[in-house]
Design a binder for this molecule. Structure first.
Ligand SMILES: Cc1ncc(C[n+]2csc(CCOP(=O)(O)OP(=O)(O)O)c2C)c(N)n1
Ligand SMILES: [Mg+2]
Length: 624
């Protein structure tokens, strides 16, 4: 190829052609970087990116979505399933189509998952201002609504001339494939520029491979880390999503098998060790297990691996109570490694864990410590059994019995997706993850409406794998639209729809913070103005059926088991609809979570809750 060779294409055609030629590579395995493009067309992208997608339909798969936010969720599900080695793009029109991306972009960036956003933008020429859907800023003429994507993106550019795409597209790929920086990447595309032709250097379209690096630990940091681990009497490993992103599960197991150090997991890290490994203590923090939280309170060294230490993990700064507790953070992102004034090990999780295992050769926990946590784990296993067990097959199931029924039906390969409501807490405490990819909890943004579209992306990344989206009724109502897309794309995703007539999780929270469950039940308004009438006569099962799903209504524990078994084998999108009994069967929280309570109020519920709040907040520590 002569360096001088050029090809005359529109900016949008050049972008699509370029994206189709990008690849990632890690450990010798190659993936397409942009596996496909989701899109909803309007005047801001139909003639530009839309035209380019039909021109290059042979090299760039296109998926039609129903809402822009949901398309981003689908892309995020896909990226997470493939450990961030492959992403998808999302193209939108201008204005409302573009701003509908903001929630999805924030979710991607919070969870450090790559997605390429291609919102249309106003004319770079200003020739037709104000364009349909243009928000005119009277003072700053270069501002568009797409600027709302800046704070939620890890890279943002507005491509105001065709040739500017060359540098910008390369930078965008760098960020998408950088394990420390990845998240939402936005290339805003003025609609006139999308359609404008340019003589592109042929080299721009050549196959390109982005190596996803595995930085090794710094020798000085490693030596200090090893000294700290050897000196610790009660070390506890806390694993986060970074273990999965790095595919470091085997390296973690090797370290744990060699040393006997126990492992507790955040929502994103759960499944890093199989649930039946003797050192796997399950979830940690506000939604953690008794054994994890007991160990966390008494640990003298907390070894964070790939975790952001969210407030759920640290119980809002109250969990780690050993007077001399110290932290050692292995993280590819220096920003996270430095949290809690930790000793840092800034490197890839797999590389760091392997180096630690080698350097700790011969080091083993006291037998008494291992006995202590194994006993605690056995006790917790009994609590799980009790929450799952349903003695009466003909009764309406509780929510934890729904999880028990699902636990009995799934295999090692099934993926279970959830993000918001009361299910995340129950799942974090109770779910027995049997493989690294099984437990798919989006709890960085805990975004209602993530589950169904994410299931589509996961299913695209893992054809043939049973993929379950678990949603509450409130979550379902917020974003059921991608059911239609599952039908259209023949994706046999499975939906477990848990009906409890409102926001049960927030109802419980509301009660505990003195807000009296206000505004959390789905009930008719009555004469005094309150929502305390009969439950609303909605039929969400009929709704799911109307969108094209096969629907199985389960009224009892027995029917639920049968329905889940049928759904697992189904080859069409299938919904299991279950109304749950109100009984609270999940074990209570072991650790606190900071939700500030009214300091003054005329209502007893609030003043009582405030007194309790002040007692809890007194336990908060600064780790310095
Ligand atoms: C988009 C979004 N809006 C609001 C919230 C706050 N929120 C968290 S859980 C929840 C209620 C969820 O209701 P449902 O899905 O029915 O689950 P349940 O609590 O009944 O288990 C709300 C409103 C959120 N997480 N995401
Ligand atoms: Mg609900």
């Amino acid at each position: 190829m002569s360096p001088a060779a050029t090809r005359r294409l529109t900016t949008a055609q050049a972008l699509v052609r370029f994206l189709a030629a990008q690849h990632t590579e890690r450990d010798g395995v190659r993936h397409r970087l942009i596996a496909g493009t989701w899109g909803i067309f309007g005047h801001g992208n139909v003639a530009g990116v839309g035209q380019a997608l039909v021109e290059y339909a042979d090299v760039m798969p296109y998926h039609q979505g129903r809402s822009e936010q949901a398309m981003v969720h689908a892309a995020v599900g896909h990226a997470r399933q493939l450990n961030r080695l492959s992403a998808q793009a999302v193209t939108t029109s201008i204005g409302p189509g573009a701003t509908n991306l903001v929630t999805g972009a924030a979710l991607a960036t919070v969870n450090r998952l790559p997605v390429l956003l291609l919102p249309g933008d106003y004319f770079a020429s200003h020739a037709t201002d104000p364009l349909l859907q243009q928000l005119e800023h009277p003072v700053e003429a270069d501002v568009s609504v797409n600027d709302t994507l800046r704070p939620v993106s890890r890279y943002f550019d507005r491509v105001t001339r065709p040739e500017a795409l060359i540098a910008s597209a390369l930078r965008a790929m760098r960020v998408l494939t950088d394990p420390a920086e990845t998240g939402a990447v936005t290339l805003a595309l003025p609609q006139d520029v999308q359609a404008e032709a340019y003589d592109w250097p042929e080299e721009f379209f050549a196959d390109r491979v982005w190596r996803v690096r595995r930085p090794a630990p710094d020798p000085v940091e490693l030596a200090e880390a090893v000294r700290a681990v050897r000196a610790a009497g009660r070390p506890l490993i806390v694993v986060g999503g970074g273990v999965h992103h790095s595919e470091a599960e085997q390296a973690l197991k090797s370290l744990v098998d060699a040393t006997g150090i126990p492992v507790a997991s955040t929502q994103a890290g759960k499944g890093s060790l199989r649930h039946d490994h003797p050192a796997d203590l399950g979830g940690i923090g506000h939604t953690g297990t008794t054994v994890s939280d007991d160990l966390a309170r008494t640990a003298d060294l907390v070894i964070g691996v790939g975790t952001r230490y969210s407030d759920f993990t640290t119980a809002s700064g109250t969990l780690f109570q050993h007077p001399d507790v110290r932290f050692l953070n292995l993280n590819i992102t220096a920003f996270d490694a430095h949290k809690l004034a930790a000793r840092t090990l800034v490197c890839d999780a797999r590389a760091g864990l392997t180096a630690l295992t080698d350097a700790l050769s011969g080091h083993r926990m006291d037998a008494a410590y291992e006995t202590e946590y194994r006993t605690g784990k056995a006790r917790w296993d009994e609590a799980v059994q009790a929450a799952f067990r349903a003695d009466d097959d003909s009764a309406v199931p509780t929510q934890t019995q729904v999880l028990g029924a699902l636990d009995a039906v799934v295999g090692d390969e099934d993926v279970v997706i959830n993000a918001a409501g009361s299910l995340p807490g129950d799942l974090h405490k109770l779910w027995r993850a049997r493989s690294p990819r099984q437990y798919h909890l989006e709890y960085g943004y805990s975004c209602m409406g993530y589950e169904i579209p994410a299931a589509l992306g996961v299913q695209q990344a893992a054809p043939g794998t049973p993929v379950w989206a678990l949603v509450g009724d409130g979550t379902y109502l917020m974003n059921p639209t991608e059911i239609v897309t599952a039908v259209q794309e023949n994706l046999p995703v499975k939906l477990v729809l848990v009906q409890n007539h409102g926001y049960a999780s927030i109802g419980g929270l509301s009660e505990s913070v003195g807000a009296e469950r206000f505004g959390t039940d789905y009930r008719h308004r009555v004469a005094d103005g309150s929502f305390t009438g009969a439950p609303l006569p909605v039929d969400l099962a009929a709704n799911a059926a109307s969108l094209g799903m096969d629907v199985l209504r389960a009224k009892t524990v027995r029917e639920l088991r049968e329905a889940l078994t049928t759904a697992r084998a189904a080859t069409r999108p299938t919904c299991v609809y279950v109304e749950t009994a109100p009984a609270q069967a999940a074990p209570p929280a072991e650790a606190w979570w900071d939700v500030p309570v009214a300091e003054v109020s005329a209502r007893k519920a609030a003043t009582d809750a405030r007194a309790q709040y002040e007692r809890a907040v007194a336990d908060r520590r600064h780790h310095l």
